[in-house]
Design a protein around this ligand. Structure first.
Ligand code: A2P
Length: 339
């Protein structure tokens, strides 16, 4: 058992921060002192950590001296401004935003895929990948290690909780309004999300892809350490509360049978194969993923349109493995390996 440490959760009142707190408690992370930080709006509120009530403090006026581990999930601009201050004060920062993910001197880590990368964090910052990349790579890394992946075509079906509490509230309100015969009033999303799909997450880029889509390209290459992998994503927001799904189509460097892929995935850490070829014999966000830690894989089949193609359906709780759980797993790895 490690010596207990002081842990700060930045964004402790948010969708991911709240789950970070419960996962730290569930996994019996050795916490000496838990510090909950958010904006001035929430300062003074209390939140639950196990059986303790913790008073939320204002990040802007907080002194990070004495913090050993800081888990950040309060958006990119908050991370850009405050993460380096925590690192300078001696903390290791695990950052859930995209602020540092693409910096060469910041490791980007999926705990099951490239845990060794945490050893090289000269700035005291380790980045947590985007939720869609996270679950896809937990499922694809074992196949990449075995035969190499040349190309990935992926369409995502991303739940609203990826957009934070306000996005969850908007789906709830619009659903109630529409069922009651009132008009939907889009505020958080560009168009109605209830009973609809939106093929747009994050900002549009010059190449016509969105930033959410390009995250899948950049992060896949960095985490697998292979810039030759081609990734072609479409990211879609769907009216699901918790759990992202992905239709993943890969082309491998050499041929691999679907039976071998099933065996690899059954043995892979963090993966649960749910693949009975019958009604209900596949994972969905509601029936399998929400509130669970694993990445669920189903609909495994060889692609009838390509000699080295494979198709699969990958589902996981975007707030847990896609964000809070992996951040805590990185913190656990860091504790285990620290000098
Ligand atoms: P607050 O509740 O005070 O706004 P979500 O992703 O669910 O929207 O949550 C975002 C989290 O980030 C919340 O805990 C929010 O705190 C926090 N946050 C947002 N902006 C800031 C900021 N400028 N300083 C500190 N915390 C912030």
């Amino acid at each position: 058992m490690s010596t207990p440490v002081t842990v700060a959760v930045v964004g402790a009142t948010g969708a991911v921060g709240q789950v970070m707190l419960s996962i730290l408690h569930e996994r019996k992370f050795p916490v000496k002192k838990l510090i909950a930080l958010a904006s001035a709006r929430s300062a003074g509120e209390t939140i639950q950590f196990g059986d303790q009530q913790i008073v939320v403090q204002d990040l802007a006026t907080f002194d990070p001296a004495g913090v050993d581990i800081a888990l950040f999930s309060a958006g990119g601009s908050t991370s850009t401004q405050y993460a380096p201050k925590f690192a300078a004060a001696g903390a290791i920062v695990v950052d859930n935003s995209s602020a540092f993910r693409y910096d060469d001197d910041v490791p980007l880590v999926v705990s099951e895929v490239n845990p060794d990368a945490i050893a090289n964090a000269p700035r005291g910052i380790i980045a947590n990948p985007n939720c869609s990349t996270m679950q896809m790579l937990v499922a694809l890394a074992p196949i990449h290690r075995e035969v190499g992946i040349e190309r990935i075509n992926v369409a995502t079906y991303q739940s609203v909780s990826g957009g934070g509490r306000s996005a969850v509230d908007e789906l709830e309100k619009q659903s109630a309004d529409l069922v009651a015969g009132r008009a939907a009033d889009p505020q958080r999303f560009p168009v109605q999300i209830a009973f609809n799909l939106i093929p747009h997450i994050d900002d549009f880029q010059a190449n016509g892809y969105t930033k959410e889509e390009m995250k899948l390209v950049w992060e896949t290459r960095k985490i697998l350490g292979d810039d030759s992998i081609q990734v072609n994503p479409t990211a879609v927001r769907v009216p699901v509360y918790y759990g992202h799904s992905e239709a993943v189509h890969i082309e491998t460097r050499s041929k691999i049978s679907v039976d071998r892929v099933r065996a690899l995935l059954e043995a892979a850490p963090g993966v649960v194969v749910v693949d009975d070829r019958k009604s209900g014999g596949y994972p969905t966000p509601v029936t399998h993923a929400a509130g669970q830690d694993a990445v669920f894989v189903g609909r495994l089949r060889e692609d009838i349109s390509h000699p080295r193609g494979l198709d699969m359906w990958v589902v996981s709780d975007n707030i847990r493995k896609g964000a809070a759980l992996n951040a805590v797993q990185i913190a656990e790895l860091w504790l285990k390996n620290r000098p």
